[in-house]
Design a protein around this ligand. Structure first.
Ligand SMILES: Cc1cc2nc3c(=O)[nH]c(=O)nc-3n(C[C@H](O)[C@H](O)[C@H](O)COP(=O)(O)O)c2cc1C
Length: 419
């Protein structure tokens, strides 16, 4: 039994049932998404901090323009007036999505991971622009993430591509799905796929830092499948979180999953955006290094390596240039934590900001090392080099291993000289 015995059908098209999950900020790069697309699967890009990502790729100046415009607020904890220019958000989104879509060469698809929690100090208008610009730019699918996305479909219901673009939702419980479906039914636009994310995933989690281990993906997957059956809905279900071998994946497909979504094994591939030294940190991580904490300003628990530099940040909030996580009204729990620490700091002592981390900056600079629970197993997936470091596999190596492996075996990449 292997993944290659199965296919995902979406909108009359067949795909290899492997989806590389969205990993912001620019960990799931254009190149990573295209690698999946070329092999007939589905790759995600993420629109988290899209202006910043564009500046990095295309040498544009979205961030510096915004920073200049709001320079007067740099020392002001009140960021309520630090707003995104919607035309700039639209321009960045179109540029990035077009850049990716225009390079497609295979039979697969490119989807966008779009997080509702990226509130940008004006949640609905910015989300609306992000989604519509991606649709205008030809994205194949929209994966609605990080939030209940109760009203998200309303924002695009009059877009000419509303029925043609594939739409999926990431949920971690039957409850979250049923809330989303109520609105979807009313709009007569059911999702084309449903991603069921369990507690072993990377990024933000739908489970608490203390109780996550009392949940498991298989149980939630079975509950969601039963719920869909009871409702008479035939929508591909896609489990995600901790699917580490091709056989793990094939077992879900055998049980009726439409595809699997995987990310951790791809985070350390050549095409992924993490810097080389950070990929080595992921590869050397031990199980005790992988923690879930509440340092994220979103209010959701997040899994990361405890060595993440961002956990020791004491930097000034950077909302004038970034500000992607400002809630409506310009609030962010990092701003509160920073100014509290500043007020309590004794002369001569270093500034220490506890509890919260500046996630916008941490993610942008690859200093927040979010990861899936199975990160400590990445060592099993590649060769150790003579200097003690790990060989970096290509995305194709990992994709084909998922697709063809049997009996939980993992095919190592062809050794480089020195392996
Ligand atoms: C490094 C990393 C970053 C991630 N970032 C995001 C993200 O920005 N948005 C999101 O919805 N999911 C994110 N995820 C979750 C993945 O898309 C995926 O659903 C999940 O990690 C799959 O489980 P696996 O990593 O065990 O294969 C991230 C995962 C990793 C490993």
């Amino acid at each position: 039994m292997k993944v290659d015995n199965f296919r995902l059908t979406l909108g009359g098209k067949e795909y290899v049932p492997i989806i590389i999950g969205g990993m912001g900020v620019n960990i799931s790069t254009t190149e990573l998404a295209l690698a999946a697309e070329k092999l007939g699967g589905i790759g995600h890009i993420s629109d988290a901090e899209n202006g910043y990502v564009c500046d990095r790729i295309f040498n544009t100046s979205f961030v510096s323009r915004k920073r200049k415009k709001y320079a007067e607020f740099i020392d002001n904890p009140d960021k309520s007036k630090v707003l995104f220019d919607l035309a700039e958000v639209e321009a960045a989104q179109k540029k990035y999505v077009e850049h990716t879509i225009s390079q497609k060469t295979g039979n697969g698809a490119i989807f966008l991971n779009c997080m509702e929690k990226l509130t940008m100090n004006s949640s609905s208008p910015t989300l609306k622009v992000r989604l519509r610009a991606a649709m205008d730019a030809g994205i194949d699918g929209l994966t609605l993430a990080a939030g209940l996305n109760l009203r998200t479909l309303d924002l695009i219901q009059d877009h000419p591509r509303f029925n043609d673009v594939k739409i999926g939702i990431i949920i971690s419980s039957v409850r979250a799905l049923s809330i989303f479906l109520k609105r979807a039914v009313r709009l007569n636009r059911l999702p084309d796929y449903i991603i069921v994310e369990g507690p072993l995933a990377g990024g933000h989690l739908g489970f608490g830092p203390d109780d996550w281990h009392t949940f498991d993906l298989h149980t939630i997957f079975t509950e969601v499948a039963a719920f869909l059956k009871q409702e008479g809905l035939d929508i591909p279900l896609i489990p995600a979180g901790g699917i580490f071998t091709g056989t793990d994946a094939a077992e879900y497909l055998q049980e009726g999953a439409g595809a699997v979504q995987v990310a951790t094994r791809f985070a350390i591939t050549r095409e992924a955006g993490l810097p080389a030294n950070v990929k080595q940190q992921y590869l050397s991580a031990e199980e005790e290094d992988i923690v879930i904490n509440m340092a994220s300003t979103t209010g959701y628990p997040m899994r990361m390596l405890r060595q993440s530099p961002t956990l020791r940040y004491a930097i000034k909030p950077n909302c004038e240039g970034l500000g992607y996580l400002l809630e409506n009204g310009g609030k962010c729990t990092y701003i509160d934590a920073y100014y509290k620490a500043l007020a309590e700091k004794k002369p001569g002592e270093p500034l220490v900001v506890e509890e919260k981390t500046c996630l916008c900056t941490g993610m942008a600079k690859y200093d927040c090392w979010t990861c899936g629970h199975t990160t400590y197993r990445l060592k099993e997936t590649t060769n150790r080099l003579a200097d003690g470091s790990w060989q970096i596999p290509s995305a194709e190596d990992i994709f084909l291993d998922y697709q063809h492996s049997t009996d939980h075996s993992i095919k190592l990449p062809e050794p480089e000289t020195g392996a």
